[in-house]
Write a protein that binds this ligand. Structure first.
Ligand SMILES: Nc1nc2c(ncn2[C@@H]2O[C@H](COP(=O)(O)OP(=O)(O)OP(=O)(O)O)[C@@H](O)[C@H]2O)c(=O)[nH]1
Ligand SMILES: [Mg+2]
Length: 489
């Protein structure tokens, strides 16, 4: 039996197989090169999370919480169970083999469940050979709870936070995303340090076995050092991101951040709006972990940069959000924020509320008030379902393209209110020079010959205040002299 987790049964270790090395091992990141510390940290992760490479056959238990702050208000226990199962299935080689809802008065007690249900769960789980792990659908179990449940059930026990962290680890591609996940992992590891090397809680909740106080201090110190290093690394990348953002501002390309619950269709929407084939939408949770910028044009031909972002989830652990805050800043700084909702999702209300709660921690009030709300996946809805939606909110389908030009008009209107962009109509001589300049410096919406005098053109544009100033000094002065060029509106 594994020496460090004496309370887990043989069958867990038989099923474990080799541990997955964390993707994007920290060793390839500059400056984080203390081999001993890396090895030590790797041990912590193995012993705390114990994620086997062969995956898991999982029993998902969704507590039906009757009292306390975590009881389900906007959602139902069934929908919560489905989401927990979706999180499990997102991990490679993990399979839900059984799921159930178990009532508990108060999920914060040390065994999570009341004595009756807990006893029957012990009997049941211990008699099953088909499962290799139990997932309890609570956002965060305490170290004490994990220790108690693992001892009683003889299997590794995971909460939703562990699943989300593991999904992030599997999906992180860029160096920045990997560092952010690594940073988000530290508070989690810290809260479970006592479980390492056989530490477990006995009946009276006293720590038995495990580390001496001195060892514990050493571990805490190691985590702290690691945290500082990761933050430094991230800060450097953050500066690069800021430079890129400044460049965009200089070029005065307005930015549109697309945010929303995970799997709502953000990436698909941007792909449809920009035809950017590098974007790969996927039908699983947290497909996108890198905030990325994509050039596009609105229906009016106005050039914009769409920003794809990391999806949200209900009970998003604050440590995860903190770690991703720097990248989400691109969304915070965007000129307009588009909130994509999956209108076909049965848990739509909770998803919208979760996104709004998270965004309100990040955006200023005025930006919150100007969010463009969008119902996506309208193609999946029946007439009856469509009628039940808020009529004030645009409906689109990112896959069929339905409603996208209306959305484009809304985005343009949003940009005209929130940025220094101006909508202008000019009457210019029918020669190439000025028109060419306008095409370069502004978004030309339409060009028509002046019905009163064919020597002139009526040109509608969206133009930045700076470019408008240039236009005036370059051409309008001549126009005053010659009365050849007139700014109509
Ligand atoms: N039927 C239908 N499916 C859609 C629509 N938009 C997106 N999808 C599907 O929904 C799934 C998730 O799409 P993504 O674009 O990856 O969603 P996301 O919001 O970027 O998800 P994360 O990056 O994981 O947060 C994919 O299978 C898409 O094909 C739509 O309008 N209609
Ligand atoms: Mg995405």
């Amino acid at each position: 039996m594994h020496p460090s987790l004496p309370l887990l049964s043989q069958r867990f270790f038989a099923s474990s197989g080799p541990l997955i090395p964390p993707k994007g091992s920290f060793k390839d990141q500059a400056e984080i090169r203390d081999e001993n510390e890396e090895e030590e940290y790797g041990k912590y992760i193995q012993e705390i999370c114990a994620i086997p490479g062969a995956g898991h056959r999982v029993l998902v238990i969704q507590p039906d919480i009757k009292t306390g702050s975590r009881r389900y208000v906007m959602t139902t226990k069934e929908l919560k169970l489905e989401e927990t199962c979706a999180l499990v299935q997102t991990l490679s080689n993990w399979k839900v083999v059984e799921k159930r809802i178990v009532r508990t008065e108060q999920d914060r007690k040390s065994n999570v469940f009341g004595s009756g249900n807990f006893a029957s769960l012990i009997r049941d789980i211990r008699s099953k050979s088909t499962i290799s792990a139990v997932v309890v659908g609570i956002d965060r179990l305490t170290g004490l709870q994990v220790s108690r449940l693992q001892s009683a059930w003889g299997l590794p026990v995971y909460d939703r936070y562990t699943l989300v962290l593991q999904i992030f680890k599997e999906h992180a591609q860029s160096e920045e995303a990997k560092l952010q996940v690594a940073l988000a992992e530290i508070p989690y590891v810290r809260s479970r340090l006592v479980l390492i090397h056989g530490g477990f809680y006995a009946g009276g909740a006293d720590l038995v076995g495990g580390a001496t106080p001195m060892e514990l201090e050493k571990r805490k110190f190691l985590l702290q050092r690691r945290e500082v290093k990761l933050k430094k690394e991230l800060e450097k990348l953050h500066q690069v991101r800021q430079t890129k953002r400044l460049l965009r501002v200089k070029k005065s390309v307005p930015t549109v951040a697309v945010v929303g619950y995970t799997n709502a269709g953000k990436t698909t929407l941007i792909k449809s709006l920009t035809q950017d084939m590098t974007l790969i939408p996927q039908n699983h949770l947290f497909a996108t972990l890198d905030v990325s910028a994509h050039q596009g044009q609105l229906a009016s031909l106005l050039k914009v940069t769409f920003i794809d972002t990391v999806g949200f989830i209900s009970d998003m652990p604050i440590t995860l959000l903190d770690a991703f805050r720097a990248t989400l800043e691109d969304a915070v700084m965007a000129d307009v924020v588009v909130h994509v909702r999956d209108a076909s999702h049965p848990d739509l209300r909770l998803q919208v509320a979760s996104v709004h709660r998270t965004l309100s921690q990040m955006l200023r009030e005025e930006k919150m008030a100007n969010i463009i709300e969008v119902y996506n996946k309208a193609d999946l809805l029946s007439q009856e379902q469509l009628e039940a939606l808020d009529p004030a909110i645009i409906r689109v389908s990112a896959t069929t393209g339905q409603g996208l030009s209306e959305l484009s008009t809304h985005i343009e209107a949003g940009l005209l209110t929130c940025t220094d962009l101006l909508q202008k109509t000019f009457r210019i001589p029918n020669s190439e020079t000025i028109l060419k300049w306008l095409y370069q410096e502004a978004a030309v919406k339409s060009v028509h010959p002046d019905p009163k005098d064919g020597q002139y053109l009526i040109v509608k544009v969206i133009i930045s205040t700076a470019a408008y100033g240039k236009f005036q000094s370059k051409y309008a002065r001549k126009q005053t002299a010659s009365a050849a060029l007139r700014h109509i509106y």
